[in-house]
Design a protein around this ligand. Structure first.
Ligand code: ADP
Length: 222
């Protein structure tokens, strides 16, 4: 569960990015986070992943209190939250398989677990036949699916996708959203940050809208 209570975030230069955000996303929900550029979306993501701390207010994520989390607990928190970054952050000289396996290796998974789990997530995202490719040999949509596979491989309870359809055509964008919905149907909480009004309308899920550091609406589209 993600719970923000009266969260204010000021950056060092005095920029106030969040002005008192209160919201709750329950386990198993699928939720869009929308808002214009500069409204505070990235700040919210960074507060959820423990990259930033709130100036005031409380942030609870999957049992961790982020306003007072210990440094050594941050990696444990991050295992519960898979992030799909806007720029994918794939490793170009590793194969598709190894890009995903690497995420398991860094947390010390055994090779046997890796051999079981990686093919499963590659199949889930439809890349089972591309395991030996390199990211540079794949389309934007395929790279996006690889980034999703990597975010999922350590079985997080929550997935955050930052503008997952930013560089994709409408058909590919629809496929990516459908994939995220399928992942949600398997029980993972999904938070999608997006600008794409059409997709948000099409999927008719909960939409949290922020503007200027405030939640300006929270409900279902249509
Ligand atoms: P969004 O992701 O919706 O575009 P951000 O969370 O990145 O919005 O930014 C919210 C506000 O905080 C903006 O006014 C932005 O200029 C400011 N901001 C973001 N990051 C920093 C930073 N590292 N230092 C100072 N101000 C920042």
């Amino acid at each position: 569960m993600i719970e923000f209570t009266d969260v204010v975030k000021c950056y060092e230069q005095g920029n106030k990015a969040l002005n008192g955000v209160t919201m709750q996303i329950d386990d198993g929900e699928f939720c869009f986070l929308v808002g214009p550029s500069g409204s505070g979306k990235s700040t919210i993501i960074k507060l959820i992943t423990g990259e930033l701390r709130p100036t005031s207010g409380t942030v609870k994520v999957n049992g961790y209190a982020l306003e007072r989390i210990r440094k050594r607990e941050v990696p444990l928190l991050r295992r519960t939250v898979g992030v799909v970054f806007q720029d994918f952050r794939l490793i170009p000289n590793m194969t598709v398989y190894d890009n995903v396996a690497f995420a398991m290796r860094v947390i010390g998974a055994r090779e046997r677990e890796i051999r079981d789990r990686v093919p499963y997530v590659l199949e889930l995202v439809g890349l089972e036949n591309k395991a030996n490719r390199h990211p540079g040999e794949m389309s934007g949509g395929e790279q996006q699916r690889l980034a999703i596979a990597r975010a999922l491989v350590n079985n997080p309870s929550t997935i955050i996708a930052d503008e997952p359809t930013g560089n994709l055509d409408p058909a590919r964008s629809f496929e990516i959203m459908a994939l995220l919905q399928e992942i949600n149907n398997l029980g993972t909480t999904v938070l999608v940050v997006t600008h794409e009004k059409n997709l948000v309308e099409l999927f008719a899920k909960r939409v949290i809208a922020i503007d200027d550091g405030y939640v300006v609406s929270d409900g279902r589209e249509r």
